[in-house]
Ligand binder design. Structure first.
Ligand SMILES: NC(=O)c1ccc[n+]([C@@H]2O[C@H](COP(=O)([O-])OP(=O)(O)OC[C@H]3O[C@@H](n4cnc5c(N)ncnc54)[C@H](O)[C@@H]3O)[C@@H](O)[C@H]2O)c1
Ligand SMILES: O=C(O)C(=O)C[C@]1(C(=O)O)C=C[C@@H](O)C=C1
Length: 245
């Protein structure tokens, strides 16, 4: 039977385990000792070396920590292993995996477009981006994702992914974190549109600061979209300030 190691057992690592554990024997590892949470999920807790030496290894750490992790694990990997990243950006992790991983291992970039909040009622039909890099098992993986987990699999280049995610995610998380910091109130006399804002606040409120930094700073196209948004806010506000009353 094939074995799976998940390195990074934060919000997304823990969420993924619930969906993968029925199909494969899973070992998890994190810098922090989260063995009690692994026990709750009924998966094995391993050392970094044990977890990195499985048939499939999923890297679920924020991208800003990926390079040092790759350097730590590259000598522990099985020659024929499949290494998968799940990062919210795709250009940078794929460059790093190509730079540091041995030529014998298969590499697959992925981005599940859901998480603990958006997937809490099930993940059937949700989107998952795949960026094949080098993998002999691509057909079997796509079959598993589409037909067993029942995701909507979208194949994209890393550049196309990051360009679109600058709007889809960097803009949404920028607004989401702002309204979380403002702590906008829930009130009875609300409109459906305000409920959308409250839903964004709830959906993104539990995400870590490290995830926010990945989405905003590691996507090469995110800064331009933030600037466009800030420009639009400023120009709207200027127009309001200049209306004579
Ligand atoms: N949260 C989501 O909804 C979501 C969805 C899809 C993809 N992702 C991606 O999944 C990855 C993890 O995101 P998250 O939300 O779980 O972040 P998180 O901040 O909640 O958790 C990250 C975990 O990685 C651990 N970690 C960091 N460096 C490590 C190392 N060198 N070795 C072992 N563990 C290490 C941290 O201790 C932490 O527990 C990111 O790449 C993110 O972009 C997240
Ligand atoms: O469900 C959640 O908790 C999420 O925040 C999921 C979410 C998002 O909606 O932006 C967050 C990060 C991932 O890259 C993909 C999806």
């Amino acid at each position: 039977m094939r074995t799976l190691g998940i390195i990074g057992f934060g919000g997304f690592g823990q969420f993924m385990v619930k969906h993968l554990q029925p199909y494969i024997s899973v070992t998890v590892h994190d810098l922090t000792d989260l063995s009690h949470i692994a026990a709750e999920h009924k998966v094995e807790w391993g050392t970094l070396q044990e977890t990195a030496s499985k048939d499939i290894v999923i890297l679920a750490v924020p991208v800003q920590f990926l390079e040092s992790l790759l350097l730590e694990i590259k000598d522990y990997l099985k020659a024929e292993a499949l290494i998968v990243d799940v990062s919210s950006v795709k250009v940078k992790p794929i460059e790093l995996m190509l730079k540091h991983l041995p030529l014998t291992v298969d590499i697959l970039g992925t981005h599940p477009l859901f998480g603990p909040q958006s997937g809490k009622n099930g993940i059937k039909g949700l989107n998952m981006v795949v960026c094949p890099v080098r993998s002999k098992k691509m057909r079997a993986i796509t079959h598993f994702l589409r037909n067993v987990i029942q995701l909507n699999v979208l194949e994209r280049t890393p550049e196309t992914h990051d360009k679109q995610m600058a709007y889809v995610q960097a803009l949404t998380h920028f607004i989401g974190r702002s309204i979380n910091e403002m702590d906008i109130p829930d009130v009875e006399q609300k409109t459906p549109a305000y409920q959308y804002l409250l839903d964004i606040k709830r959906n993104l409120g539990g995400d870590s600061m490290d995830l926010f930094l990945t989405i905003e700073l590691e996507n090469p196209y995110a800064k331009k979209v933030r600037e466009e948004f800030m420009g639009a806010l400023k120009s709207l506000n200027d127009r309001l300030e200049h209306i004579k009353r």
